[in-house]
Design a binder for this molecule. Structure first.
Ligand SMILES: Cc1cc2nc3c(=O)[nH]c(=O)nc-3n(C[C@H](O)[C@H](O)[C@H](O)COP(=O)(O)O)c2cc1C
Length: 322
């Protein structure tokens, strides 16, 4: 696991409804290290929910892939872990950071940070059941009165977890304020297993800065990669505006084709809208563009809307270049 993390110093973070197989594939093509899928609810997977089963597919993943599970007990997480390993997961990751109320109210996600002993029993059971690396993704703690990332990390190391990702905000901080990177450094100092840092990184330079500041072995990039999978490619940064525009056009076109080939038509249309809205987010007139994208009723109409947007960007670059 340590070597794998050394080979994957900067990689895509899991993000529900975005880091499905097509996006993971694009991110890896742009230079991301191994990726983690969006969270899969263990109960839903075991109940045969088609969306959960689709999320567990690994057939588009070009290399190593971690499958992340959400759950509150060994009774569901152990069989679900075995199921995703059977489906091709190279690593099983347990979500201990999701702050969404409907998740934590069911004892899942960040709720696993609360009772460290009980969570230790769950992780022990999963560790015994699977023979691929087991990792966890944690927060700084449940809330500011319980900043227990170090305690949780030590417990995880003791029960045989192979690596830890730390998003240092507590559950109650959700995504507000600056991520307190010093919490990552505290976890690094407390355990011998590899630690991946995460939070507010939007460039390779910032990823290097996080590693230097905290001692973490690798970095996960979340929101900074939405609509910007080229964040993982050092070559992109060196390109001219025309070169960047051409790179983006190629990456987005490849992404759209992957989505269309992977999902059933209705889901593909929605997924294309979501991803295109992210690609368009930094551009002039982003709000109007988003509304226009979400107003399209078919994939050809959506592609035509996007093609017009691409043409406008290219014209803008030509005008700026004189
Ligand atoms: C839309 C969205 C969905 C997310 N879904 C997940 C998830 O499924 N599993 C997970 O561990 N974290 C999830 N996260 C948290 C991210 O992995 C990451 O920890 C967080 O965004 C902070 O990193 P960043 O500042 O680089 O975005 C999600 C975040 C966002 C914005």
């Amino acid at each position: 696991m340590a070597e794998l993390l050394r080979e994957s110093p900067v990689r895509l973070a899991p993000m529900a409804s975005f880091t499905n197989a097509p996006f993971r594939s694009v991110a890896v093509a742009c230079g991301s290290g191994f990726t983690t899928n969006e969270e899969i609810d263990a109960e839903a997977l075991l109940a045969g929910n088609p969306w959960a089963a689709e999320s567990a597919r690994t057939d588009l993943d070009p290399g190593v892939v971690a499958m992340q599970l959400l759950g509150s007990s060994a009774e569901t997480l152990v069989p679900a872990a075995l199921r995703v390993v059977e489906a091709g997961a190279d690593i099983v990751d347990i979500n201990m950071g999701c702050p969404v109320p409907k998740i934590v109210h069911r004892g899942k996600g960040a709720a696993l940070m609360r009772d460290v002993t009980a969570t230790g029993r769950i992780l022990t059971a999963i560790r015994r059941a699977i023979d691929v690396p087991l990792t966890i993704k944690i927060r700084g703690g449940w809330d500011d009165s319980q900043p227990n990332a170090v305690e949780v990390a030590r417990m995880a190391q003791d029960v045989g977890v192979d690596a830890i990702t730390v998003h240092p905000r507590t559950r109650s901080q959700r995504y507000g304020g600056r991520a307190p990177w010093d919490v990552i450094a505290e976890v690094v100092a407390a355990v011998d297993i590899p630690v991946t840092g995460n939070g507010d990184v939007t460039s390779l330079a910032e990823a290097m800065a996080m590693m230097a500041a905290t001692g973490c072995q690798s970095v996960m990039v979340g929101r900074g990669a939405l609509g910007r999978p080229w964040v993982f490619d050092p070559a992109y940064e060196a390109l001219s505006p025309e070169g960047r525009a051409a790179y983006e056009t190629r990456a987005i076109a490849g992404h759209l084709d992957l989505i269309e080939g992977y999902f059933p038509p209705r889901e593909a249309l929605l997924q294309m809208k979501k991803q295109l809205a992210q690609y368009g987010a930094g551009r002039a007139g982003a709000r109007g563009l988003r509304a226009e994208l979400f107003g399209q009723a078919s994939i050809p109409a959506l592609r035509a809307t996007w093609a017009r947007q691409e043409a406008e960007v290219l014209t803008g670059i030509e005008v700026a270049a004189g």
